[in-house]
Design a protein around this ligand. Structure first.
Ligand SMILES: Nc1ncnc2c1ncn2[C@@H]1O[C@H](COP(=O)(O)OP(=O)(O)O)[C@@H](O)[C@H]1O
Ligand SMILES: Cc1ncc(COP(=O)(O)O)c(C=O)c1O
Ligand SMILES: [Mg+2]
Length: 281
């Protein structure tokens, strides 16, 4: 039987990120995807500035009730725009009974510096991190959750990962991605014991819209399919690297990743290296 994956996330009407990316990644990984929609993001056709409209929370709850009644194998969260929505997502995770939970703590959209709602960081820490099998912040989000400010080096990432793990997330992946000043695209994986660097070639393309969602949804689908956490994260890194490599211009404003690139064109090699614990006094 197909494994059932649920994303509690926003709609990116332009199709690259949000629940659209999640469903595409779920499908490519052979899972049966379901959605509980939190917000709808639309873009001004003339400027592409984003507008985020939350759905009524009663409607979100109805969607969650519908999906959970089918018995979901794994859950991912994406854009959750208010504290109330974060609390609803937290309860959904607990009600689901699954221990395969990927929290993508979306705070910003690429190219848009606006933090969705700064008060949400505290709510994510209190209500989501304790239930996370894996949490997948980008550099900015990791700095916000850890309270360290945005990491600039791998050592900074280790410190932030340690703090986020201490907040209750069982596994932490901090995505260095394009933002980290490094010649490779480096992510740091921390399972509470070992720090591992996951590296791929860095793609120079700017067509990376939806990379984070695609990565987290792939981890979720892999967990649902029975892979270990580490296997899930490594495959997701392969999957998203291929998707970025084949990113393309949707219009003059946005370049989404090609979600299904890996099965069609193959994926860049991921190198995994265990690194020593950081021992700054
Ligand atoms: N230019 C790039 N080349 C290769 N991999 C990248 C590049 N940019 C991001 N990635 C990878 O894509 C994934 C998503 O990271 P990132 O784009 O930082 O997340 P977000 O979309 O949440 O900001 C990570 O595995 C990251 O390392
Ligand atoms: C609904 C929604 N979720 C999540 C994101 C974050 O996308 P990314 O995968 O690029 O981090 C966006 C960005 O536009 C979005 O619109
Ligand atoms: Mg993201």
């Amino acid at each position: 039987m197909l494994k059932k994956t649920l994303t509690i996330a926003g709609s990116d009407t332009s199709g690259g990120a949000g629940m659209q990316a999640d469903l595409k990644a779920f499908q490519e990984h052979g899972t049966y995807g379901m959605v509980a929609l939190t917000v709808v993001v639309t873009m001004d056709p003339k400027t592409w500035s984003h507008n985020v409209t939350p759905l009524p929370t009663a409607l979100l709850q109805n969607q969650i009730d519908t999906a959970l009644s089918t018995g979901v194998d794994a859950i991912k969260t994406g854009m959750l725009s208010t504290e109330e929505i974060i609390q609803i997502a937290s309860k959904a995770i607990q009600d689901s009974g699954t221990d395969k939970v990927v929290i993508d703590p979306v705070m910003v959209c690429k190219g848009d510096d606006e933090v969705l709602n700064p008060g949400n960081t505290t709510a994510m820490i209190n209500y989501l991190l304790p239930h996370a099998t894996v949490v997948t912040p980008n550099l900015f989000e990791a700095g916000q959750l850890a309270g360290t400010g945005t990491p600039k080096t791998i050592e900074d990432m280790q410190i932030a990962a340690g703090k986020i793990h201490a907040l209750g997330a069982k596994n932490v992946v901090i995505k260095g991605g394009k933002a980290l000043a490094h010649d490779k695209a480096v992510d740091l994986f921390f399972d509470g014991t070992d720090f591992k660097l996951l590296e791929t070639e860095k793609v120079t393309s700017t067509y990376n819209h939806g990379a984070g969602c695609t990565f987290a949804a792939s981890v979720c689908a892999n967990l649902a399919n029975g892979l270990s956490v580490e296997e899930s994260v490594i495959e997701a890194k392969e999957f998203v690297s291929a998707a970025i490599k084949h990113g393309w211009a949707l219009n003059e404003y946005v370049g989404p990743v090609m979600h299904g690139a890996k099965p069609r064109f193959g994926a860049p090699q991921v190198t995994v290296t265990t690194i020593p614990h950081y021992t700054k006094a």
